[in-house]
Design a protein around this ligand. Structure first.
Ligand code: HPA
Length: 245
């Protein structure tokens, strides 16, 4: 596999078992990355790791410098990115602690720096985003999951909301009607920026809670964190397998 980076989301601010060889503080034209980029060896393979919300989990989804993060990975020679992301489950089969490898997305975010192609252009550029995730990497994730007997949902539509608040029931009903299976706050513009820089990018989403109105209980951070903690075992197994692939 080409130079691989893992972007860790909520619940994954470090990569257990990563033997660190170097830390990179990359200066980008877009400002600072969420955290230094860690380089190391994981399951015998070279990998970069970036904590999307910062090492102390202090950067909310709408304040993440997505452009700096993606530009820095590109600068380090990364070709392939696995993004780990916590989500709410909308589809009745996407239950807490399940893993989903989404194949499509709908962007509901606003007011984020969403492109590298807005200034100093020689010509206007429109990337193809028909398939927002890299199919090759999605298939590698699915094959690896199968190999280790890990149940994952092989498809799903990711609705990217602005946050940082969670959604209302009516908003989730609307997302469902529009075809979303899971909902998260960080999927965009990250996926589009990766495509703009020609990185092969796919997401492994962890269902942290039933989305608003999909259970009778209030959604709490304690519930989200507890579910993520349990599922991270499986995420680690999947990452170890795919890095060996
Ligand atoms: N909505 C949006 N983002 C999320 C959720 C949710 O319910 N859970 C974890 N991230």
């Amino acid at each position: 596999m080409n130079e691989l980076a893992i972007i860790g989301g909520t619940g994954l601010t470090d990569l257990k078992g990563l033997e660190i060889t170097q830390q990179h503080q990359v200066n980008t034209p877009y400002g600072e990355t969420s955290s230094p980029i860690i380089q190391g060896t994981y399951s015998g393979k070279s990998v970069f790791f970036l904590a999307r919300h910062g090492m102390q989990h202090t950067i909310p989804p709408h304040k993440i410098n997505y452009r700096a993060n993606i530009a820095a990975l590109k600068e380090l020679g990364v070709k392939t990115v696995i993004a780990i992301a916590a989500v709410g489950g909308i589809h009745p089969e996407m239950q807490s602690k399940d893993l989903v490898i989404p194949h499509q997305l709908i962007d509901y975010t606003w007011s984020r720096e969403q492109t590298f192609f807005s200034e100093n252009l020689n010509k206007v550029t429109h990337i193809d985003f028909t398939h927002p995730y890299c199919e090759k990497l999605r298939n590698q994730l699915l094959t690896s999951a199968k190999k280790i007997g890990l149940k994952v949902h092989s498809k799903g539509v990711y609705g990217a909301t602005q946050g940082p608040r969670l959604e209302t029931i009516a908003e989730i009903n609307r997302l469902e009607k529009e075809g979303c299976d899971i909902v998260g706050m960080t999927g965009m513009p990250e996926a589009a920026l990766a495509r703009e820089l020609e990185l092969c990018y796919a997401t492994c989403a962890i269902v942290a809670n039933p989305a608003a109105g999909r259970s009778s209980k209030e959604i709490t951070m304690a519930e989200i964190e507890a579910n993520l903690k349990e599922s991270l075992e499986n995420v680690h197994k999947l990452l170890a397998e795919i890095i060996l692939f």
